[in-house]
Design a protein. Structure first.
Length: 296
């Protein structure tokens, strides 16, 4: 019998910062032995029909989305699973894309204020029809010979301390909260997005909380549970084994669902592969209970 392998957090090219078509992404998952998956594109449910159509006797697929939202003044990512796609999700995508288009010139301005040269023509060509993302800005900046000797970029070049995943590391280092290019932005309230997911038959789960905060996990998660969040992405490429163990115990004690996800993107996160989640047999059983609850 094939050993079960689950990954409930990955991105196709329906996400502006990922690059694999859905069919190619699912083929990759099959090659890595994944038996249950969800494609969770950023603020978009456009992959759901295609992903679910590719399910077969060896692979279960679950509808998924990852939504940018705000809770108590801080931005988080909220995963939704098992929902029925509707215009509610199309509206989320339209609103998010419009906001990102408005922010793009501001992002470029902050980069130039740091002394970096941004070739907007090269950026537009790289982004194509999609809204340019910070990782694409990093790619254009690093490839531009005019930035070759800028010391700010040395960590991201070959052999540098941030060169293992230079594009996403550039994003965190320049655009993360409190960083030099950070631009405050308010996304929809998490409570509102929880209601959208649940009203369409889905289950809201907080994503990779260890990537967003470094302390007060119990206080924050308890507050999220009060507004209707029903699960925690316990096993994540962003979580240390110690944090995952704590989140697992907390989720079970609070009767919250336990999920896992690699957060695979492809080119922008080359160290993260599909199925990159570590859990033992009893922990897998808890994840399986969640996925079973979503199947017809």
């Amino acid at each position: 019998m094939m050993e079960e392998k689950i990954d409930l957090h990955m991105h196709s090219n329906y996400s502006d910062d990922a690059d694999l078509p859905v069919a190619e992404l699912i083929s990759r998952c099959k090659a890595h032995g994944i038996t249950t998956l969800a494609v969770t594109d950023h603020n978009s449910a456009d992959s759901v029909a295609e992903a679910c159509a590719l399910a077969d006797s060896t692979l279960r697929t679950i509808s998924g989305i990852e939504i940018d939202c705000t809770f108590n003044g801080r931005n988080y990512h909220l995963l939704g699973y098992g929902f029925t796609p509707s215009d509610d999700f199309s509206q989320i995508h339209r609103n998010f894309s419009e906001l990102q288009r408005e922010l793009t010139p501001k992002k470029i301005e902050t980069l130039r204020h740091c002394g970096l040269i941004v070739d907007e023509n090269a950026l537009a060509e790289l982004a194509g029809e999609r809204v340019p993302q910070e990782e694409q800005m990093a790619e254009v900046i690093l490839a531009d010979e005019r930035n070759q000797d800028n010391p700010l970029l040395h960590p991201y070049r070959s052999g540098g301390p941030r060169s293992d995943m230079p594009l996403i590391n550039f994003y965190w280092d320049f655009f993360g909260a409190g960083r030099p290019c950070y631009i405050p932005v308010s996304y929809p309230a998490m409570e509102q997005m929880v209601d959208v997911i649940r009203s369409n038959g889905g289950t809201p789960v907080i994503a990779h909380i260890g990537a967003n905060i470094k302390q007060q996990y119990q206080e924050v998660l308890s507050g999220m549970q009060k507004i209707g969040v029903m699960g925690i992405e316990v096993f994540s490429s962003y979580h240390t084994p110690e944090l995952a163990a704590w989140l697992y115990d907390f989720a079970l004690n609070q009767n919250l669902h336990v999920t896992c996800g690699s957060d695979f993107h492809g080119h922008n996160k080359p160290k993260i592969e599909v199925g990159q989640c570590s859990y033992n047999a009893s922990q897998l059983a808890a994840i399986r209970r969640f996925t079973d609850s979503l199947m017809p």
